[in-house]
Design a binder for this molecule. Structure first.
Ligand code: GTP
Ligand code: MG
Length: 619
């Protein structure tokens, strides 16, 4: 059968365990690209070809899952086409992983040879097992000096047992690899030469798609793209039948609504690029242009005998935030799109591709309640909007509660912290305050005096923890967390203790004014910045808010005094980037996000208004 020569495999792992590096190397070694071409595509020496969008490059992480395909000639001389699906490892993009697993018949589970299975390893592996996908375990980074590959294999086995895997899955094939150096080996103590073992493991262990290409067409749309030339492009896998250019088809949406449409062009993945083809058969992954409306989760079916495939279900969001029109005095200064209609349309567009996102109308027509999987999930959306010249204000993120038998339940996350032994107490006391419970602790073998701790902690308790953890351990701790389950609401969690410094006038910040406020706290602005009344310009050293005039300039006189005249001693400012700012704010504050600036402000800009509201609250 045609589909015998196809392998569809998803690469899954915890963040940074080397998925994209491996996919890049597989592409490279399959001989499709010459070195220089890859370098050009990767945008330089260190870039990864597959992490192609600017935010991914900047942050060094994968955000969107992506397809590519490589050819491979097996030991028996058979030709195979391997569709590789690279997935993001960060917990907030778990929705992406869930969605694309539908395309795969097997997974490569990468595990760092030093770190071992981490929270997101557990999550993605659990999802793979739910989809009945058997893992091939790739213990990666065995080139690392402190790697402990054999222990890691045992830990993966234990994890599979814990997740209730069947015997077949427990008998997983193992490959040891260094994705960065481009080799794999069956024996962890020996260096390999190339990645052939990985290719062989895929060909041998990933089942060929079971798909009947004589049956009526069924293709599941798992991804969408836009092109200025052809409009919407649907990406997905053919589960049955064939699809040909210019063919009339029936698109069945999630509600079961049928629309008659016509296919324009069909492309198959070919290396990093795509190749136009006249037809595609069941089992393969392809892109279709010419269909509109078409959405993720829709089935593209045969025009005469249409029937739909099971809809993709994705876990519900756990965190929500209010997006609203920027009504600050500087609104429209650097953004192009600022009205609620423009913001609303942008959010609708995002919904089509971002499956784990939800948008509800807010309290006023100027507001939207946007919910997602975590701070980074929503942060990336905001970062993208900002780059596209939108301006928005957002309120303090909050977790989504659920009612279970009349009791409020909140999201609980599994948090893993690795730190040197001498920081252990600092970490425990920081987390102890935050309603966490410890579920595991052990010294990592082969890693000197490091401890590995696992906690269950309410998502609420994680706000602002990162900064505090870094301060408490001088940056030596590594932490990761993943949503685990909903659980009964735990008690109160300490909020930001410090008050803030609020600008009392609108104007340009002067060194002179900051100098005079030197001992009042830390400032988020620097001389030359424009600020407005009601903007939060710094953190007060006491627990109350204060008003400050940071735009005060020196009275000019004719007499030049000698001495400390221009040598204002301004402390370096604490620059607040997007996500830290979101974690920082309280209920009465907003983060204003514009293309060139991120500001924190009080919801009510006038002090008198804030005081009136405060009195109302106290009554
Ligand atoms: N020493 C060593 N480092 C590696 C190896 N493979 C990847 N890395 C490094 O690990 C880091 C993360 O690699 P990525 O390929 O971006 O990891 P990823 O799993 O795609 O990460 P996300 O997509 O963000 O989840 C990079 O700095 C790589 O250079 C390896 O085999 N050995
Ligand atoms: Mg990646």
């Amino acid at each position: 059968m045609y589909s015998d020569s196809i392998r569809n495999v998803a690469i899954i792992a915890h963040v940074d365990h080397g998925k994209t590096t491996l996919v890049d190397q597989l592409l490279y070694q399959s001989g499709m690209f010459r070195n220089e071409e890859l370098d050009k595509l990767a945008g330089g020496r260190h870039g990864l070809v597959m992490d192609s969008n600017p935010l991914e490059r900047e942050r060094g992480i994968t955000i969107l899952s992506k397809n590519c395909a490589v050819g491979y000639t097996g030991a028996n001389g058979n030709e195979y086409k391997i569709n590789l699906i690279d997935t993001p490892g960060h917990a907030d993009f778990g929705g992406e992983v869930e969605r694309v697993l539908k395309m795969a018949d097997g997974v490569l589970l990468l595990v760092d040879a030093f770190e071992g299975p981490m929270p997101q390893t557990r999550f993605v592996l659990g999802k793979a097992l739910e989809h009945k996908l058997r893992p091939i375990v790739v213990v990666n980074k065995v080139d690392r000096a402190n790697s402990r590959p054999d222990d890691v294999v045992n830990e993966v086995f234990d994890l599979l047992v814990e997740l209730g895997a069947d015997d077949e899955a427990l008998d997983f094939p193992i490959v040891f690899a260094s994705a960065r150096e481009g080799w794999a080996t069956a024996d962890a103590n020996e260096k390999g030469e190339n990645l052939q073992l990985v290719f062989d493991a895929i060909v041998k262990n990933v089942p060929a798609p079971k798909a009947d290409d004589e049956a009526p067409l069924q293709m599941l749309v798992t991804n969408l793209e836009y092109s200025d030339y052809v409009g919407r492009i649907a990406i997905g896998r053919l589960f049955a039948g064939r699809i040909t250019e210019s063919e009339p088809v029936t698109v069945i949406d999630k509600q079961g609504l049928h629309t008659q449409q016509k296919v324009m062009q069909i492309h198959q993945f070919d290396g990093l690029g795509r190749k136009r083809v006249a037809a595609v058969r069941a089992g393969d992954i392809c892109t279709i242009s010419g269909l509109d409306p078409v959405d993720i989760g829709d089935t593209i079916a045969c025009a005469e005998r249409p029937s739909s495939l099971a809809v993709i279900s994705v876990d519900e969001p756990t965190m929500t935030m209010t997006f609203r029109v920027n009504d600050g005095p500087f609104a429209g200064r650097d953004g192009k799109y600022i009205t609620s209609r423009q913001i609303g349309e942008r959010l609708q567009k995002e919904l089509q591709q971002n499956v784990a996102l939800r948008v509800d109308p807010g309290r006023t027509p100027e507001e939207f309640d946007v919910s997602g999987r975590g701070l980074m999930h929503l942060g990336i959306l905001l970062e993208n909007m900002r780059r596209e010249s939108y301006e928005v204000c957002v309120g303090k993120p909050s977790v989504i509660l659920r009612l279970v038998e009349d009791r409020r339940h909140e999201p609980i996350e599994r948090l893993v912290v690795d730190c040197p032994l001498d920081c252990q107490n600092a970490v425990m006391s920081l987390l102890g305050d935050r309603r966490s419970e410890i579920v595991g602790i052990d010294a990592k073998s082969g890693a000197g005096d490091f401890v590995h701790m696992e906690f269950m902690i309410p998502s609420r308790g994680l706000f602002g923890v990162h900064t505090r953890m870094m301060n408490a351990t001088q940056g030596r701790a590594v932490m990761h967390h993943t949503f685990e389950r909903y659980g009964p609401m735990r008690g109160a969690i300490p909020q930001r203790k410090a008050g803030v410094a609020i600008a009392t006038t609108t104007g340009q910040v002067t060194a002179y004014a900051l100098d005079a406020l030197y001992d009042r706290g830390i400032f988020f602005v620097e001389p030359g910045d424009q600020v407005y009344e009601g903007q939060v310009v710094g953190e007060h050293c006491k627990d109350k808010d204060i008003g400050v005039n940071v735009a005060r300039s020196k009275q000019l006189t004719n007499v030049r005094a000698s001495g400390k005249d221009d040598s204002a001693k301004v402390r370096p400012e604490r620059k607040m980037s997007l996500e830290p700012a979101l974690e920082y704010i309280q209920d009465d504050e907003l983060v204003e996000i514009c293309p060139n600036s991120i500001r924190i402000r009080k919801r009510l800009l006038k002090e008198a208004d804030r005081r009136r509201e405060g009195r109302k609250g106290a009554r």
